[in-house]
Every structure is written in structure tokens, then in C-alpha cells.
Design a protein around this ligand. Structure first.
Ligand code: DQA
Length: 143
């Protein structure tokens, strides 16, 4: 099985960005932990980040036929992007929404996810473990 991990805007700043909310791990540290677990699960992983909404839309479109599942931390685009919602809906690849922080316990504008309705489920609030649980959810939804 191949899983595509997509990371949205500002996640390239993890490690120094508001560590009290997002922790001190960099995105590279998170990728390393994901790859370790993926190896145990015999899952192949592609791990990408972009600050550009169109890149994320393009990668979702290209995932069809190449990846069995997508794990997406759309970051701020979670709360704004009809385009990412539509791309997930259009390709039909099972997609898991994840967040490091518990978005429901934060500012009200983070309580609404525009992509949740087209995702198989949402995992938030567990830091790097949200990524690991997202990977495990992919195994679950595809078996
Ligand atoms: C985030 C939560 C979003 O609200 C925020 O815009 C992010 C990160 C998280 O992983 O907790 O950039 O997706």
C-alpha cells in the first residue's frame, strides 16, 4: 500500500513555530517517525509540504491510481479551502484529516473544517501521534 502525506502552510516552520502549541519536533522529525511506523506496517510513504493551496490540490488530483490513501494536515487551509474539499471529493481516494493540535479547543475559526465532510475521519490533538494514528487509519480503511 502507498500513502500520500500532505502538509499545508507554515508546517515547514515546525520546531520553532509556537512550540507551546505544536511541540518542538520539526516536520523532518515527524516524517522520520511516520517512516519508522510505515516500515513496521509495510506501507510505502510519500511525504510532502507546500505553502501553496494549488500545489496541494494538484497533488490530491495526481494521487488517484497511485496512492491507496491520503493523510492530510491542510493546516490553515482546513478552515478556508473549498478547492481542497472539491479535490478530495473529486478523486475519491480515502483521505484522513489530521492536526497536531486539538483545533476544537482553540479559536472558534479553527472549529470549522471545510474538508471534514469529504474525509473518512478526523484525528486531532495528539501531536506527532496524530500522524501515526492517521497512517494506522489508512490501513484500517483500506483493509
Ligand atoms: C493545524 C491547526 C490549524 O488550525 C493551523 O492553521 C495549523 C496547524 C494543526 O496541525 O494543529 O497550521 O493544522
Amino acid at each position: 500500500m502507498k500513502v500520500l502525506f500532505l502538509n499545508g502552510p507554515n508546517l515547514n516552520l515546525l520546531g520553532t513555530r509556537e512550540p507551546e502549541i505544536y511541540g518542538r519536533l520539526t516536520l523532518a522529525d515527524i516524517e522520520k517517525q511516520v517512516r519508522t511506523r510505515a516500515g513496521e506496517l509495510k506501507v510505502e510513504v510519500d511525504f510532502r509540504q507546500s505553502n501553496i493551496e494549488g500545489d496541494l490540490v494538484g497533488w490530491i488530483q495526481e494521487a488517484k491510481g497511485k496512492f491507496q490513501a491520503i493523510v492530510i494536515n491542510a493546516a490553515a487551509y482546513t478552515h478556508t479551502s473549498v478547492a481542497i474539499h472539491d479535490a478530495i471529493s473529486a478523486v475519491g481516494v480515502p483521505t484522513i484529516e489530521i492536526h497536531l493540535s486539538n483545533v476544537h479547543a482553540r479559536e472558534e475559526f479553527r472549529h470549522k473544517s471545510l474538508i471534514a465532510s469529504v474525509c473518512r475521519g478526523q484525528i486531532c490533538g495528539f501531536g506527532v501521534k496524530s500522524y501515526i494514528l492517521g497512517l494506522e487509519a489508512c490501513v484500517y480503511v483500506t483493509e
